[in-house]
Design a binder for this molecule. Sequence first.
Ligand code: AMP
Length: 279
Amino acid sequence: MDIFKEIEPLKAFLKHKWNSESIGLVPTMGALHEGHLSLIEASKRENQLTVATIFVNPTQFNNPGDLAKYPRTLERDLEALKSAGCDVVFAPEVNEMYRRPSTLKFDFGHLDKILEGEFRPGHFSGVGLVVSKLFHIVQPTVAYFGQKDFQQFKIIEKLVEELDFNVTLRRMPIFRESDGLAMSSRNQRLNADERKKAIVFYEALQLAKGILKEGKSVQAVKEAVKKKCEAIEGVKLEYFELAEGDNLTLAENVSDQTVLLIAGFVGEIRLIDNLILSE
Ligand code: AMP
């Protein structure tokens, strides 16, 4: 496995060795878990070369405390990537990716005003910036992202469409712990008590799905989810919404396309999850 910390040597390597081959890109912020590794496996199945990136991107953090405390486990991550058969890792420092502070901003319209965009101002602009840079640097054939960040995937779809990036996007299923908790790097920061409580968001999604199947109203579902979350000390619901899967319009009625999206805090740790109703 070849490891790069700088852009130019990576570009030269990719150009020299794999000019006409297919390259799969898996962007991550590290602290890797099985969900990340499933993206590596998918890329390996479909491409001659798999490039993983590990970069805790400061421009997508709206909360400085969250950025400072984001888990960083580079040595362990490199071991995991090597075992998974990843070919190339790009793990730059902040001043390599941003040689000077960037003032570029993205406006994704409706897509970055709701859900995560409402509660994390500037987050998706930072995502757009870093993903654009990674696409330019690596020039992947296929790029792999998780459904765990459903709204992020929609943002990247728009980015690729509007900027004509020559890349195919794949959205991969959510990997979960045995009790249903969506795997996340931030789970590492939960203490034992918080870890037990963190399952509430997955359970709330399941509860919502059950109530919708009974034909009850969206309002009734929202109330039930709120009640469930409020019943647990230390849990704070930020949003629970239904949205159309294709364009992420918030929905008051259920269709085949409906996605249920939830976000909230367990103690100080912010977690997100979602469920596609038809799956
Ligand atoms: P992150 O390191 O959190 O930025 O995530 C890197 C990529 O892995 C993103 O495309 C995420 O959506 C994806 N990912 C994160 N958690 C999971 C999971 N539990 N299952 C599948 N993919 C995931």
